[in-house]
Design a protein around this ligand. Structure first.
Ligand code: URA
Length: 235
């Protein structure tokens, strides 16, 4: 099976000011560590509309990934999508184009969606991280935690019927677990921050390296398609 032939076969930091006398003998305050959580910026994110959110993400400097990016990769697709696909992080091509899943893995993802009669325009596609990690390393937990406020708001705005997590990293972050991918596949989960149903499948980059597992990915896609149908019927 090639890339494009997926034909269905079967807080704030609260610091009390010291009294004036004490302040006079206090050393200079210790500078904030570069990767300490800057949750104070998050307070207004859960009220943002799409354009405010996109603008905030585009200038984000919450973690060090800002230094290596060409641009942020916000997300793309139907803002009222029934299906939200969530991957790990932008790669080189995504960083260049500013759109998720446009490289080789993205072509395979597009073909996988097509196999269940969905186009990229019908679904919404986003990542755990909005910036490319250097050398395509795995997202660090603190990077994912800082970036999660943006994805959470995107999910609130879209209100998808179903989330498809592609790959172990996306699934583990969304489900707040360290289970293996094989344990997470084949079950209907719920996104940890809301009660939106969530299904886990392989990352298309993994499938490019391990084509034998495309058969199992196809089962996951059928599971997602059936679940989406059932959820739509239930209204
Ligand atoms: N891999 C991902 O997880 N996301 C992308 O956007 C591209 C490759």
């Amino acid at each position: 099976m090639g890339i494009d032939v997926w034909v269905p076969r079967l807080q704030e930091d609260v610091e009390e000011s010291p009294p004036v006398e004490a302040a006079m003998v206090q050393p200079e305050p210790v500078a904030r560590q570069p990767d300490s959580p800057k949750v104070d910026q998050a307070s207004d994110i859960d009220q943002m509309d799409w354009s405010a959110l996109r603008a905030r993400v585009s200038t984000c400097s919450l973690c060090e990934l800002q230094q290596g990016r060409t641009q942020t990769v916000f997300g793309v697709g139907n803002q009222q999508a029934d299906l939200l696909v969530i991957g790990e992080a932008p790669g080189a091509e995504e960083d260049r184009q500013g759109e998720p899943f446009v490289g080789r893995a993205g072509q395979l993802l597009t073909a996988m969606l097509k196999a269940i009669h969905l186009s990229r325009q019908e679904v919404y596609i986003a990542n755990i991280l909005k910036c490319r990690p250097p050398d395509n390393r795995d997202p660090r937990p603190e990077e994912a935690a800082l970036c999660s406020q943006y994805l959470k708001r995107q999910i609130e705005l879209i209100q998808p019927r179903l989330i498809l997590a592609v790959g172990r990293i996306a699934a583990q972050r969304l489900l707040q677990t360290d289970q293996s991918l094989s344990k997470m596949r084949g079950q209907l989960h719920e996104y940890s921050l809301t009660s939106i149903p969530l299904i886990v499948t392989y990352h298309p980059a993994y499938l490019l390296r391990t084509p034998l597992d495309k058969r199992k990915a196809w089962q996951d896609l059928l599971f997602a398609q059936n679940t989406l149908g059932n959820l739509s019927e239930a209204g």
